[in-house]
Design a protein around this ligand. Structure first.
Ligand code: GLV
Length: 324
């Protein structure tokens, strides 16, 4: 008998095929987010759960299934899962690291360039039929090349962003809890500085940290006040890393020049103060959303799921202590 698994949302066919070949799969074909109770009902008799970052897998959900062995998340971040509770119950948790670094790094640059060069505002203006004549002062933005880029979190994605910055002849500062190896610093010509120096000196501050208690509201009023009035904040990590109310205030009063956000504090809710502002670019959490990368992420999660329910070690286990 094949192990029973539940897949909480539709996936690309190649990922579904991997699961179907190895498991007795129940799929949420409606592809709408399930309530906590619905999720609990679905996993009661399952050995594996494949879920998205929009599914909250807390202790109550984990404790509801006596048979659950693995939760395979289709995301690199896994702050939607209570890993501690999973570990206590010897439930494996997996993520999808590596495959989305380049795509997320590319999108970080899309956000950065969009806000600096006012691409979204200019698009709206042009569509509205307002472009009557070339203007010397029309949509003046900020130069990107030659400026200082401050990267908070020089992990895999932060390094991709740094690599792309070489082409823009930027000076690169970074801050991380652990200083990178000398060869990494050398490769990206990245200078390690403390958080406040980075905020004071950067023209663009970009966030690439996981969501942890220590990174929650990592950027709040104090930090925004340290930034240059001409500086921009880019966030393609997790929403709660930025205190959204403080950011709204800083953008509204032009304390900083602008921001570009892919993530929000209470996703999918957006702070109402952000909506009317023209110095912020807003995207619906799509940094890893290319056809190729989202397919790779789903396949990777499917492989983790299958490994976990067939007695193999999943390649991307985030709580290896469960196997000890
Ligand atoms: C997306 O946000 C991810 O964590 O993969």
């Amino acid at each position: 008998m094949k192990p029973k698994v539940f897949v909480s949302r539709m996936l690309p066919q190649s990922a579904l095929d991997i699961i179907k070949q190895n498991c007795d799969m129940e799929l949420n074909t409606a592809d709408v987010r399930l309530s906590k109770q619905e999720l609990i009902d679905k996993i009661r008799d399952k050995e594996g759960l494949l879920c998205l970052l929009t599914d909250t897998i807390d202790a109550e959900v984990l404790n509801s299934s006596p048979t659950l062995k693995i939760v395979a998340n289709v995301a690199v971040g896994y702050d939607n899962i209570d890993v501690k509770a999973a570990t206590q119950r010897k439930i494996m948790v997996t993520n999808t690291p590596g495959v989305l670094d380049n795509t997320t790094g590319d999108f970080t640059w899309a956000l950065l360039l969009a806000v600096a060069r006012r691409v979204v505002e200019a698009d709206k203006f042009t569509r509205a039929g307002l472009y009557k004549e070339w203007g010397l002062q029309l949509f003046l933005g900020a130069d990107v090349y030659g400026k200082t880029l401050g990267i908070i979190g020089l992990g895999r994605i932060g390094q991709v962003v740094a690599k792309r910055a070489q082409g823009f002849d930027m000076r690169i500062l970074y801050y991380d809890v652990v200083r990178a190896k000398p060869e990494i610093e050398e490769r990206y010509k990245a200078t390690f500085v403390d958080k406040d120096t980075l905020l004071r000196e950067s023209d663009f501050v970009t966030l690439h940290v996981p969501l942890l208690p220590e990174t929650t509201h990592f950027i709040s009023t104090r930090e925004l006040n340290l930034m240059k009035p001409t500086a921009f904040l880019i966030n393609a990590s997790r929403g709660p890393v930025v205190d959204e109310a403080a950011l709204v205030e800083a953008l509204r009063t032009r304390r900083i020049a602008g921001a570009a956000l892919d993530v929000y504090e209470k996703e999918p809710e957006i702070h109402p103060g952000l909506i009317p502002l023209d110095n912020v670019v807003l995207a619906p959490h799509i940094a890893s959303a290319s056809v190729e990368t989202r397919t790779k992420m789903a396949v990777m999660a499917a492989e983790n799921l299958v490994a976990g329910v067939t007695g193999k070690r999943p390649p991307n286990l985030v709580n290896p202590e469960v196997l000890q």
